[in-house]
Design a protein around this ligand. Structure first.
Ligand SMILES: [Zn+2]
Length: 365
């Protein structure tokens, strides 16, 4: 009896196992059948037309075909593939970004993905697309660019300048120590300041024809470049000279106090620096010839504007950049930054703030 029961149990187990195998095999067989359909047929089943399928086969890498199937039918997918800026390598990123931004312009989506920056979590917009195309775009600043751009009616170049320079935060709103390791490119402005006791160790005195002012000291390298510039100008019958170069912290205390008493703090802040925040304490700048608005448009001012960069000097507070530098236009104030930086600043029509943010402070790609 016992034997019989074991045989029956054994047969039942065998049947069970057999049906399990059959089921698994059948299931597999089904899948294999489906895979045997060509991708063309499978795209067709999703609703793509013959023309659209031809476009997919032509422009999408084989590895991404399954991605197309997962996406299902979407006419915008074909629009993406037909864009002149379409790049096959970015295909899966386009689709991922498009899925999050179905109502956005396809060209904006393509531009933003093509930029190579990780912007997957930022909504696609024409503003973002125009920002990423700007030369001085810094990805770390994107949230502030968008904030500023959405609340100010200015172009993307201006948005980037305002944010990179920190001007969007408000002058004197944050305070950092100027990094003296940057040497000729040290930044001193309404955010970066020099310490009370800082005096450059290599100041030299500009003498003779090179100086007519009381503050005649400059750092050695800047002074050498200054004299070279004055000599070159002279060959063009332009007479240049320093009126005010290095000024100490204490000097600025007195100057600024005097201006406050005369014009009030708000007005004084527009043309004079608070102590520690004056570039004159760096020993790298000079006020030339005539410290007044009447200097603007003179042959000397025009020569400086067009030639100073060749000697490593930049017009520090240009017209039209008052909201970036925090100072009104000063045609007489030139800052030494070295020839390489001066050339970029001159040619790209940017301020030292923008140069510093992008070339020195920027640690992102
Ligand atoms: Zn000055």
């Amino acid at each position: 009896m016992k034997k019989k029961i074991f045989i029956i149990i054994g047969v039942l187990l065998c049947l069970l196992l057999f049906s399990l195998f059959f089921f698994l095999f059948f299931k597999d067989e089904n899948k294999t059948d489906n895979n045997d359909l060509s991708y063309e047929e499978r795209f067709k089943n999703k609703g793509y037309s013959d023309d659209e399928i031809a476009t997919i086969l032509d422009k999408v890498s084989k590895d991404d075909y399954d991605f197309v199937l997962e996406t299902g039918y979407d006419k915008s997918l074909i629009d993406i593939l037909n864009s002149s800026d379409y790049n096959e390598d970015n295909f899966s990123n386009y689709i991922e970004y498009y899925m999050k931004n179905k109502k956005s312009n396809i060209n904006d989506i393509i531009t933003i993905i093509n930029s190579g920056y990780d912007l997957m979590n930022y909504p696609a917009s024409s503003l973002l697309a125009s920002l990423v195309k700007e030369k001085y775009y810094i990805n770390d600043n994107v949230a502030r660019y968008l904030d500023y751009g959405n609340s100010h009616n200015v172009d993307s170049k201006k948005i980037i300048a305002m944010v990179n320079s920190k001007a969007d935060l408000g002058f004197y709103s944050n305070s950092y120590d100027s990094n003296l390791n940057n040497n000729n490119l040290v930044l001193v402005n309404k955010f970066y300041h020099l310490k009370e006791d800082y005096t450059p160790s290599d100041l030299v005195t500009l003498g003779g024809q090179y100086n007519k002012g009381a503050n005649s000291k400059m750092r050695k390298e800047a002074a050498d470049a200054f004299m070279k510039m004055v000599d070159a100008a002279k060959l063009d019958n332009i007479i240049l000279y320093n009126m005010s170069a290095f000024r100490s912290y204490d000097y600025q205390v007195n100057l600024y106090d005097r201006y406050i008493k005369r014009d009030g703090k708000a007005a004084a802040d527009k043309y004079s620096a608070r102590p520690g925040y004056s570039e004159h304490q760096s020993g790298l700048c000079s006020d030339l010839n005539n410290i007044s608005d009447s200097f603007d448009g003179t042959d000397e001012a025009i020569w400086l504007r067009d030639n100073a960069y060749k000697y490593g000097f930049i017009l520090r507070f240009p017209k039209g950049k008052e909201d970036i530098t925090g100072y009104k236009y000063e045609p007489w104030h030139y800052r030494y930054v070295g020839v390489d930086a001066a050339k970029i600043i001159y040619e790209d029509d940017i301020t030292l703030e923008e140069y510093y943010a992008y070339y020195i402070e920027n640690t992102s790609e």
